[in-house]
Design a protein around this ligand. Structure first.
Ligand SMILES: Nc1nc2c(ncn2[C@@H]2O[C@H](COP(=O)(O)OP(=O)(O)O)[C@@H](O)[C@H]2O)c(=O)[nH]1
Ligand SMILES: [Mg+2]
Length: 240
């Protein structure tokens, strides 16, 4: 059976990974990667990779993608080993910062070149986070399409549309983590049950409380079919 590796990168990616780790699936490799010591320390992951020693300060890149790039390149051999150890790689990171946005690109590149099935689940920052973070995210997405088999970009503004306005940001992000984790679980389920591999996601949209994934999947006759996958938001994913 194909080995699936799920890698959470940066604060958002690791928080999402931690949701998945509460309901660990046997046979899946879970790894947390960050330049931020504290974020790694708190993670439930048993496999952790700290990037940027001697390059970044104790809080990691603090949003600087150039530092993220330098930190990742200094450990490129370890990143490559991580990818070599699996057949299918699922990368989780929230775009807009200095670590996840950069490292998902580097890992996707390696995975794609090694012929691994490469899936990225990521988010677009809230509009209110400002143009700097949003531009950084756009840059992160700009050529991800060319090195992923399946790219899911979830806009945070859409994800939070039904969260009450006075909710603390921390709770908003816990909710977002659960939604992205749910998307990852859904895809892991498809991969494990059918062995059918989603090749392309055409769009993700939010309507009447549901996320609709418009996905193209090759069936066993190599015939491309369009599937509409939706994720609903059951009560257990609401903030407790
Ligand atoms: N899902 C989730 N997203 C987050 C969280 N914190 C920040 N974000 C979003 O992720 C973007 C990148 O931030 P962060 O993950 O801290 O960057 P990095 O650690 O440098 O990769 C931010 O602009 C936010 O939109 C979090 O705890 N969970
Ligand atoms: Mg961070």
């Amino acid at each position: 059976m194909a080995t699936i590796s799920v890698i959470g990168i940066g604060s958002g990616g690791i928080n999402t990974l931690d949701v998945l780790l509460k309901n660990k699936i046997n046979g899946i490799l879970y790894t947390a990667i960050d330049t931020d010591v504290e974020s790694l320390e708190y993670s439930l992951a048993t496999e952790k990779l700290l990037l940027g020693e001697g390059i970044v300060g104790e809080h990691g890149t603090e949003g600087n993608p150039e530092l993220g790039q330098e930190a990742a390149l200094a450990r490129i051999a370890d990143l490559r080993l991580l990818i070599e150890a699996c057949d299918i790689v699922i990368l989780l990171a929230c775009a807009g910062g200095g670590t996840g946005s950069v490292v998902i690109n580097i890992l996707s590149d390696i995975a794609h070149h090694l012929g691994k099935l490469t899936i990225v689940l990521t988010s677009r920052p809230f509009i209110f986070e400002g143009s700097k973070r949003n531009d950084r995210a756009s840059e992160c997405f700009s050529d991800l399409f060319t090195k992923t088999d399946l790219l899911v970009i979830l806009p945070l503004d859409d994800m939070a549309v039904d969260i009450p306005k006075d909710t603390l940001m921390l709770d908003v992000f816990r909710r977002v983590d659960s939604i992205i984790a749910k998307a990852a679980e859904y895809l892991i389920g498809i991969l494990q049950d059918t062995g059918t591999l989603p090749l392309n996601i055409d769009e993700v949209y939010f309507d009447r409380g549901y996320y609709f994934y418009n996905v193209s999947i090759w069936d066993e006759d190599r015939y491309q079919r369009a599937y509409y996958i939706y994720l609903d938001l059951p009560d257990q994913y609401l903030i407790q």
